[in-house]
Design a protein around this ligand. Structure first.
Ligand code: NAG
Ligand code: NAG
Ligand code: NAG
Ligand code: NAG
Ligand code: NAG
Ligand code: NAG
Ligand code: NAG
Ligand code: NAG
Ligand code: NAG
Ligand code: NAG
Ligand code: NAG
Length: 600
């Protein structure tokens, strides 16, 4: 794995003597948020079992990146893990700039002990997003954190200024490490049912001590009576859809992944892996006790233990008269209302009169009057065996990531790294492993239909874009289904669920040149090959419709000889554990030895 990046480069282990920063000029006139993040392991026990998690500057979840539309961001990432690292920015569009997207198809990984600086502008975006480590199941160990993009003061927001801002990360959690989980998948096994659900990296409140031992640390959200808060909730889990609810409180949904929604109250909401929402919640109860905040599993196998597992945090008014007790508030009951979740998903719509980060109000973008220029029907199915390995596919192809990032290969005119022959429709060809991409025409209007032939809910995410979720139903999609699309106020977002045995259709305006990752947000499916890159090329656009490659780009794979030597800071000031510091030193020595051996 670590072989990915030019080990041949001379690695100098020393406390850094700051080198001149080699960066493209930041966009003039806009402020720059400049941060340094040390990514390393930390030992915690959210479910009572000590385990190594990925922390950033000793925080788990990682620090908030709090910025305003059009600001520039520089994030200097120091990799203190023992594995290659890339951070990706879920929902951040990286306009004309897939160089900063932080996935294996666009960037060489940052080797252990090295640092690398991301540099990008948050062009025309508002909303609640998150970052996470994109390689090899690392998100299952943490490394995620919030990106909040505030609107500029001159841009109106379609609701009164909330009295506070609360970010919650919900997600299923394993006490096994991401390395063990990876091994299980490599061995052709399932990763099995999770051990619990965390809220902000903490275990459940012990609302029932026969189910949850006392003494686990849980999250408490302190609030003032009568005030209204904006909750930003992200499902950063491995593979479980969650139902989110706050006991006795209405949640007014106001934003989904960067788009203002048509505001409606919900008492609970299904949030699938990789999805983000903002809710306004007014503290209008009498505080006779604290209240439960619950994230419970959805669409899980019929296994009683897992049904009883919930993430539970506590909402505490400043005038609260006592602890929360009694049963958790009920989640939805699909037994009596089978289409509950799909009906709820369809009810999330765009507010067509609300302004947005971009100059044109969203409502003026009449997507229904634009002709579709290209259609992809992407079908996933149950896992199958390819060359004896258990893999997952889209249209029969299980993605095999080349060592050389696709965009870098193109820039250097390397042929043979990948092919642009990914099937745009399901077919009958035998399943295969391949490094194939989809061609999409720049300035076209693309329809993607996701067809889910698996028995679980799927979620798909597209980097670089936000798409209109125009349709969702059971059964097989046919062109006739287009007549039932939402032609007016479909939500525009970057992550959508696809129900088992059903389809979801999205429309994308292809205005962002680059090579963009389209993936299953479920980490096990992604790891097993359910991803593809969509190449939106403008052959004459380099340095015009697409930014040039940054000076600090790392080289690897076939291009590793181009990697220039770097000076590295290997002491890890931030590691919480002495053991981790020791680990970093050993690592530095190992790197030195490798460097010495290679240079002989
Ligand atoms: C984030 O930035 C906004 C705007 O600058 C500011 O009002 C807010 O207090 C900040 N939030 C946090 C948690 O720092
Ligand atoms: C690594 O960090 C040092 C010190 O903060 C910085 O000067 C340098 O530019 C960084 N290198 C890269 C490639 O980002
Ligand atoms: C839609 O946005 C407008 C304009 O900001 C706002 O006044 C209105 O309350 C919003 N309506 C809903 C239902 O969200
Ligand atoms: C939505 O919830 C808020 C807060 O509980 C409440 O004041 C409001 O009346 C609700 N609106 C509707 C339409 O139910
Ligand atoms: C507070 O609200 C709860 C739930 O609505 C109700 O059962 C209880 O009687 C109320 N207590 C007081 C003191 O008003
Ligand atoms: C779930 O399991 C219970 C007990 O084993 C069984 O009675 C029930 O029919 C199962 N439900 C489904 C939907 O398979
Ligand atoms: C869309 O296609 C129709 C029929 O092919 C054509 O008449 C119309 O002009 C097209 N609209 C646009 C905006 O290109
Ligand atoms: C790639 O090919 C283009 C067009 O022929 C050429 O301008 C460019 O210099 C080549 N790039 C490299 C790195 O060889
Ligand atoms: C994809 O685009 C490239 C470059 O324009 C072209 O050479 C190739 O034939 C296209 N592939 C397909 C399958 O259309
Ligand atoms: C998968 O596809 C097959 C063949 O089209 C169909 O018979 C089966 O019902 C599908 N299963 C699901 C879960 O969609
Ligand atoms: C990009 O364009 C600018 C302005 O035309 C030019 O000065 C620069 O050399 C170009 N850079 C590359 C890498 O083509």
């Amino acid at each position: 794995m670590a072989a990915a990046v030019a080990i041949a480069a001379v690695v100098v282990a020393a406390v850094v003597a700051a080198a001149a920063s080699a960066a493209a000029p930041a966009s003039a006139g806009e402020p720059t948020r400049d941060v340094r993040w040390e990514v390393g392991y930390m030992t915690v026990a959210p479910l009572g079992v000590s385990q190594k998690v990925i922390a950033i500057n000793n925080q788990f979840p990682g620090p908030l990146l709090n910025v305003t539309t059009n600001w520039n961001v520089r994030v200097n990432v120091q990799n203190n893990l023992d594995e290659p690292l890339l951070l990706t920015w879920d929902g951040i569009q990286m306009r004309m700039n897939s160089w900063q997207d932080g996935v294996a198809g666009t960037n060489c990984p940052i080797p252990p002990g090295w640092n690398w600086t991301y540099q990008f502008q948050l062009k025309d975006q508002i909303g609640s997003f998150f970052y996470f480590p994109s390689l090899g199941l690392q998100r299952a160990a943490g490394g995620f954190g919030p990106v909040t993009v505030n609107n500029r003061a001159v841009v109106p927001v379609p609701f009164a200024q909330p009295d506070g801002d609360i970010t919650l990360f919900i997600g299923d959690w394993y006490t096994k490490s991401h390395v063990e989980l990876r091994k299980m998948l490599d061995d052709g096994k399932d990763i099995g049912i999770p051990d619990g659900i965390l809220i902000n990296g903490k275990g459940p409140y012990s609302y029932d001590n026969t189910l949850i031992p006392e003494g686990l640390q849980h999250e408490t959200v302190g609030v003032e009576p009568g005030k209204t808060y904006r909750f930003r909730v992200h499902n950063v889990g491995t593979s479980t859809s969650l139902n989110f609810r706050i006991q006795n409180h209405n949640m007014r949904v106001v934003e989904a992944e960067g788009t203002y929604t048509y505001q409606q109250n919900y008492t609970n909401l299904d949030i699938h892996v990789g999805q983000s929402y903002s809710f306004l919640v007014t503290m209008d109860q009498n505080a006779s006790t604290d209240y439960y905040i619950v994230a419970s599993p959805r669409f899980v196998t019929n296994e009683s233990r897992w049904h009883d597992v919930s993430g539970v945090a506590v909402l505490q008014y400043s005038n609260s008269k006592g602890r929360a007790s009694g049963p958790l508030p009920d989640g939805p009951n699909d037994f009596y209302y089978k289409s509950y979740s799909m009906d709820q998903a369809r009810s999330i719509k765009m507010n067509t009169t609300a302004g947005a980060a971009r100059p044109n109000p969203q409502g003026s973008f009449r997507y229904d009057s634009i002709n579709i220029t290209q259609t992809f029907v992407l079908k996933n199915e149950l896992p199958l065996r390819i060359n004896g390995k258990r893999r997952r596919t889209i249209n029969g192809v299980s993605y095999s990531p080349p060592e050389t990032p696709l965009r870098l290969a193109d820039l250097h005119n390397l042929t043979g790294v990948y092919k642009t022959d990914f099937p745009t429709m399901p077919g009958n060809a035998p399943p295969k492993m391949a490094s194939s991409t989809l061609n999409a025409s720049y300035k076209g209007f693309l329809e993607i239909v996701f067809q889910n032939n698996d028995t679980g809910v799927q979620t798909y995410h597209l980097d670089g874009y936000s798409f209109f979720v125009v349709g969702m139903d059971n059964g097989d999609w046919t062109p006739d289904c287009r007549s039932r699309y939402n032609k007016w106020d479909a939500i525009s977002r970057s992550t959508t669920q696809v129900f088992p045995g059903g389809w979801t259709a999205v429309l994308v305006s292809l205005d962002n040149v680059g090579i963009w990752n389209l993936r299953s947000e479920k980490l096990d499916n992604w790891y097993n090959g359910q991803e593809v890159y969509v190449k939106v090329a403008d052959p004459l656009g380099y340095n015009i419709t697409e930014m040039i490659m940054p000076d600090n780009a790392l080289y690897c794979g076939l291009l590793k000889d181009l990697q220039k030597p770097q000076i590295h800071q290997v002491n890890s000031k931030s590691s919480a554990q002495a053991a981790d510091r020791w680990g970093a030193r050993v690592l530095a020595m190992v790197l030195l030895i490798i460097a010495a051996v290679v240079s002989i």
